[in-house]
Design a protein around this ligand. Structure first.
Ligand code: SF4
Length: 394
């Protein structure tokens, strides 16, 4: 296998002010400065060991997410980012997730001084009742304060996250979109609220009864899609909208199935190693992860079929779709040769487009991805996948 020329890096900060009622990302609450600093040191150690093992020629993008990275005290974050920068060199996109309640001018200055060029802010909604229903740590005042601060003190790229399919009045999402697009951020993520098993939301029948019915949720979604298009934002991935050139380069590496290293409790990686493609999963438990930050993970070799299904699953989320050349280079066949019946069926119904450059969803097809993927999963079981697939770089 060729050298690892370009690697993307994800760093998971496993701390939050409080747990939101719908969230199933891994994070702990109530951490003090000492535990946070200890974790930051452990993350740097884990990064060093992984880099020595993988030997990437270049790190292309970095995303620090969580959890709530902005919970880190500015002085600690400054120290962490300085050391991190000395290890990774100049990257083309360096994003940090922030939450409104912990955003400060000092924090923004630390980010700017340390090459961070993109902020992704978790808003979810600007509606006071819904913020409390979701159990968000920020109320509307914190959101106002954070938006003002971004306007005054942040010169870099900006994305905001919102949630769809929440209870409430039919025009709620429209109001949130209007507000989130003030200042013309280059990027917006709009996720449908999903009820994850084991979360407080999933355990409350009373709250579940308030969720919109399927038709209302669809109406709201399609109205939002039209509005974003009118405002000049391209839906380049199922839940992500950007002005031209402002797409998340880091997330595109996931959707294009390029190698990425994830460090920190709960993080996953997909990397080439010893002529195999490896999925690495770090433990979702801070204390046990801290006891061995360089080795608290499991690794498995992805089979060709697993890797192919992930190519379909990730590539068909995007408007650009799967590159035919890339798929052929990895699997020795084109996507339409791998699952011909499925491609024929969904092309005929106008949900997929298949040509010599790519296999990609139409805008209607993006919303039917689950059905397309379930057909692909059935048909790929009959495909003769190669024993060993290549992962050409770049
Ligand atoms: S702040 Fe974000 S990561 Fe933390 S609990 Fe809420 S949704 Fe989850």
């Amino acid at each position: 296998m060729a050298n690892l020329t370009d690697l993307s890096l994800y760093i998971h900060i496993p701390f939050c002010v409080k747990r939101c009622r719908y969230c199933d990302f891994y994070s702990e609450t109530g951490a003090g400065v000492e535990l946070i600093d200890k974790t930051l040191n452990a993350l740097l150690l884990s990064l060093d060991v992984s880099i020595r093992r993988l030997k990437p020629e270049n790190i292309g993008t970095v995303f620090i997410g969580g959890g709530t990275p902005s919970i880190i005290a500015p002085a600690s974050l400054d120290r962490f980012l300085r050391i991190l920068n000395s290890r990774i060199g100049k990257v083309s996109e360096f994003s940090v997730e922030v939450n409104p309640e912990s955003l400060s001018r000092d924090l923004l200055e630390v980010l700017s001084a340390n090459n961070v060029n993109r902020i992704s802010m978790g808003v979810q909604t600007y509606d006071a009742d819904l913020l409390s229903w979701l159990g968000r740590p920020a109320g509307v005042e914190a959101l106002d304060r954070a938006d003002n601060m971004l306007e005054k003190y942040w010169q870099g790229r900006l994305s905001r996250d919102l949630l769809a399919s929440l209870p409430g009045k039919p025009d709620r999402l429209q109001k949130d979109l209007n507000r989130a697009l003030i200042g013309e951020p280059g990027h917006l993520s709009l996720y449908e609220l999903t009820v994850e098993p084991g979360t407080p939301l999933a355990g409350s029948l009373e709250d579940l009864k308030q969720l919109p019915d399927e038709q209302s949720a669809l109406d709201e979604w399609f109205t939002a899609m039209s509005f974003m298009a009118e405002r000049g934002y391209d839906r380049y991935e199922i839940s992500n909208f950007a002005r031209k050139g402002d797409e998340s380069r880091h997330n595109l590496t996931y959707w294009r199935m390029r190698p990425y290293l994830g460090i920190g409790p709960g993080a996953a990686s997909t990397v080439p190693l010893d002529d195999r493609i490896i999925r690495r999963q770090e433990k979702r438990d801070l204390i046990s992860w801290l006891s061995n930050p360089t080795g608290s993970y499991t690794e498995s070799i992805l089979t060709s079929e697993e890797l192919a299904l992930e190519h379909f699953m990730m590539g068909l989320r995007t408007s650009e779709g799967l590159s035919v050349n890339r798929f052929r280079a990895v699997f020795g066949m084109e996507p339409a040769e791998a699952v011909p019946c499925t491609v024929d069926r969904w092309v005929s119904s106008g949900m997929l487009i298949s040509d010599s450059a790519s296999l990609r969803p139409t805008s209607e097809g993006m919303d039917l991805l689950e059905s397309v993927l379930s057909d692909i999963a059935v048909e790929s079981g009959k495909t003769r996948w190669p024993d060993l697939c290549l992962w050409p770089q770049p």
